[in-house]
Design a protein around this ligand. Structure first.
Ligand SMILES: *[C@@H]1O[C@H](CO)[C@@H](O)[C@H](O)[C@H]1NC(C)=O
Length: 253
């Protein structure tokens, strides 16, 4: 500070500019030297960027901690409603009339780099859910969470491609809870609709997942209980998430 104060104005500006430019220098250097180990580091940093962007969006919307404990996504999860060309984009707002049919899903690692052997799809199974923590409204979550969809033994073409496994690839997913289209009641404002990708381990001690008895509170009978408890019951771990907002169709201005 003392040093800066002693500088004249152009010199100070130069120092600021240098400070802005300098962080870029190592990256430029690194990409010019592809065989340097630090290059590997740069790839890892880039790979983590989408994961932290997802985590940031989940925290900003309070989905962490309302629905999920804090976590770092390891898979990207995309959802599309093909017949209405609607895509779920980490907090965009969608009209319920676009969401009447079950969406198509895809999940894959953030980078094309090979996964660890322990990430082999044959040792894991994936479950995809849709939950509404804002039923009947975000202010009065008396029915929350409300379970909209559970699909298990999910597989994604890109994951299959990654591993060339032959065991799970032909398994068709199983619907445990039929897709219930979002239909937020009138006057209840924006609801958060949260897709969560859960991973369980296959193996002898695998507990086969089953649907909750009720959609309301995911059958746990208390406010703001839901996918977190259900996942814990079956030893499932959160590996990805995506979400959108929706309000009652007639409340659209
Ligand atoms: C999922 O797949 C596993 C193994 O392929 C099978 O044992 C299990 O019953 C399936 N679960 C459901 C709910 O279909």
């Amino acid at each position: 500070m003392v040093m800066l104060a002693a500088m004249n104005k152009p010199c100070f500006l130069l120092a600021v500019l240098m400070g802005l430019v300098f962080p870029l220098v190592p990256r430029v250097y690194v990409s010019a030297a592809p065989y340097d180990p630090p290059h590997q580091q740069a790839i890892v940093d880039d790979a983590l960027r989408p994961a932290s962007a997802i985590r940031d969006a989940l925290r900003e919307s309070s989905i962490i901690p309302d629905v999920l404990d804090d976590f770092t996504p390891s898979l990207s999860l995309t959802l599309t409603y093909p017949s209405t060309h609607s895509t779920v984009e980490l907090g965009n707002t969608l009209r319920p009339s676009l969401l009447t049919h079950q969406p198509v899903y895809q999940f894959h690692p953030f980078t094309p780099t090979p996964l660890l052997p322990s990430d082999d799809t044959s040792s894991f199974f994936y479950t995809l859910i849709l939950t509404d923590p804002d039923a009947k409204s975000r202010k009065h979550p008396i029915w929350s969470e409300y379970c909209h969809w559970i699909l298990t033994n999910a597989s994604s073409p890109e994951l299959i491609h990654h591993h060339n496994t032959n065991t799970n690839t032909k398994t068709k997913h199983r619907i445990l809870k039929k897709y219930l289209p979002p239909s937020p009641p009138p006057g209840t404002g924006l609801h958060r609709y949260v897709f969560v990708l859960l991973r369980g381990e296959t193996g002898a001690d695998r507990k086969d997942v089953s649907a909750p008895k009720k959609r309301r509170h995911w059958g746990y009978g208390e406010e703001r209980r839901g996918v977190r408890d259900w996942a814990a019951e079956y030893g499932l771990v959160v590996v990805g998430a995506n979400f959108f907002y929706a309000r009652h169709e007639g409340d659209w201005v």
